[in-house]
Design a protein around this ligand. Structure first.
Ligand code: FAD
Length: 494
């Protein structure tokens, strides 16, 4: 195993409190629920050490000279931005886009806040030095980072300070000279059991009455009083039968803060709804972070499309017009996301600090297409494979057993033998029907926020004036024509 991979596994023995199936997990790195996923992560860390890949995945830290992940690269040119793309794509391809929290998203937020740090000095005189220290530490020590932004779904009809239980929404309950005590919970934090740090801040806008909830912190996973409560594991030990579940179950968890102590060094903003909202909307941080998710979306859609093409060919369904139409739809998805990604990069611009930020409009468009494209791609897979997903024997060994000859005969496809057909349909079922597959559909629908509100936000933020002015031109044209007809030449302003 690579040095970095081993270091990563060792670092998880840091006194964190992880709960799974009602029990405390003594050692995350040896627990069967996390084995497959951690094995995958250590193989990704390896790419930062191998001569053939480290230049693609990383860059040399200006402080240590060691290769660190390109999610920490502050881009100053289009080439820098594309270097980030290539690094994300390398890890995404290695995991087929199925692992979505490889830390790139949260690391990119940190990188963006660091690059735009001077903006937030007006809210806290220590912001700049604190985020610089954290950024450098996270970059050089390969900190694995994730986000934990939503409060638990107790009563969504009420705001933070209207809840009947004051602890329903994460809040600061006590401040001391050394730091703050937090009480409440956050959901969902994907990758939580093996994350080093959580970015914690409110996802939705807060108001002046919500001061105690208006904070931004970076909370270490081993914080005393922090409980990481996992959902049931979807990991499988059957590497052949459930190839994705065996390798890529990114655990989701709820974080319970039971008067958890966070030192001031890790409290970046507090008691300030406006400051927290500005940071939440920061275009540099969001541009870099969302950009990383679009790279992954593309790789994942490519993977699903590849499976769909293979299934259609394996059973000869690709000769039917409506199947071709559906496979064509998948290619349209790919080309649309690819074009949006390219547009975001080539239309990128330097912000006022000189950071080259991708254009947010195509990024947001791709981000909003994801929750519709992915479930549709899964639906297309179902429509093409149909009952074939159930034409899979429960044990691969049956191929060589008593019924072997018959299975070879009836489980084969149009252009594949029984073994390859069974393997392909098992993989597809892991995408569409396994607990992991269902979780992925839910993930793609929601991971970047409620799609209803993200669509609405795209409309609200859109530059609509140019369409209004075209409409005005049209009314003026009509008025001019009417004026000519009745002999008057005046135009009308609308
Ligand atoms: C698999 C998975 C992994 C995730 N991983 C992470 C992660 O790592 N980090 C992280 O921070 N988050 C993560 N999330 C959480 C994600 O950000 C939220 O699911 C998403 O923002 C939607 O919020 P919610 O789940 O609280 O839904 P809710 O906001 O509770 O919405 C529930 C329903 O009510 C409606 N609704 C609720 N309130 C309103 C309102 N005010 N206006 C209009 N409609 C409303 C919604 O449209 C929806 O239909 C993950 C989610 C999933 C499913």
């Amino acid at each position: 195993m690579s040095t970095l991979g081993q270091r990563f596994l060792d670092s998880l023995q840091d006194g964190r409190t992880v709960w799974l199936d009602g029990e405390k997990v003594e050692n995350v790195s040896t627990h069967p629920a996390f084995q497959g996923t951690l094995h995958t992560l250590t193989s990704l860390f390896q790419t930062l050490e191998d001569d053939g890949t480290r230049e693609q995945v990383g860059f040399r830290s200006p402080r240590t000279g060691e290769y660190v992940h390109a999610a920490f690269l502050v881009p100053h040119t289009l080439a820098d931005l594309q270097k980030r793309t290539a690094a994300f794509a390398r890890w995404d391809r290695q995991t087929h886009g199925v692992m979505s929290r490889l830390s790139e998203y949260a690391r990119s937020l940190v990188t963006g806040w660091y690059a735009a740090r001077d903006t937030y000095q007006k809210f806290d005189a220590h912001f700049s030095e604190k985020i610089t220290r954290y950024y450098e530490q996270a970059r050089d020590h390969h900190r694995f980072v994730t986000t934990a932004l939503l409060d638990p779904q107790i009563d969504r009809s009420k705001g933070p300070s209207e809840q009947s239980d004051p602890d329903a929404v994460l809040r600061i309950v006590k401040k001391t000279e050394d730091g703050v005590f937090l009480r409440g919970a956050k959901m969902i934090a994907t990758a939580a059991p093996y994350t080093h740090d959580f970015l914690v801040y409110p996802f939705h806008r807060l108001h002046d009455g919500d001061l105690a909830h208006a904070h931004m912190m970076i909370v270490p996973a081993n914080t005393p009083g922090l409980h990481i409560v996992c959902r049931e594991s979807f990991a499988s030990s059957q590497r052949d039968a459930q190839p994705l579940s065996a390798r890529y179950d990114e655990m989701d968890a709820v974080l319970l803060f039971d008067d958890a102590f966070v030192p001031w060094e890790r409290v970046f903003l507090h008691d300030n709804p406006q400051a927290v909202w500005e940071l939440r909307l920061d275009e540099t941080a969001n541009g870099l972070a969302y950009h990383s998710t679009v790279v992954r979306l593309l790789v994942k859609l490519e993977f699903v499309a590849g499976v769909a093409f293979a299934i259609a060919e394996a059973i000869g369904a690709n000769h039917h017009l409506h199947v071709q139409e559906k496979l064509g739809e998948l290619t349209i998805q790919l080309e649309t996301v690819k074009a949006l990604l390219a547009a975001s990069e080539t239309r990128g611009k330097a912000d006022r600090y000189g950071t080259f930020v991708p254009d947010l409009t195509p990024i947001e468009t791709a981000r909003n297409l994801g929750p519709r494209y992915y479930p549709r791609a899964i639906e297309i897979l179902q429509q093409i494979g149909a009952g074939g997903f159930m034409q899979v024997p429960s044990q691969a060994e049956r191929l060589a057993g008593e019924l072997g000859g018959l299975i070879q005969k009836y489980y084969r496809g149009a252009n594949v033998d029984a073994q390859d057909r069974i393997r392909l349909f098992r993989l597809a079922w892991d995408l569409i029907g396994s607990p992991l597959g269902s979780r992925h559909e839910l993930y793609e629908r929601f991971y970047l926020g409620d799609p209803v509100r993200t669509y609405a936000a795209q409309y609200l933020r859109y530059d609509k004036e140019r369409f209004q002015s075209r409409l005005r031109d049209f009314w003026n044209l009509i008025a001019a024509e009417e004026g000519k007809q009745d002999g008057s030449a005046s135009t009308v302003s609308v």
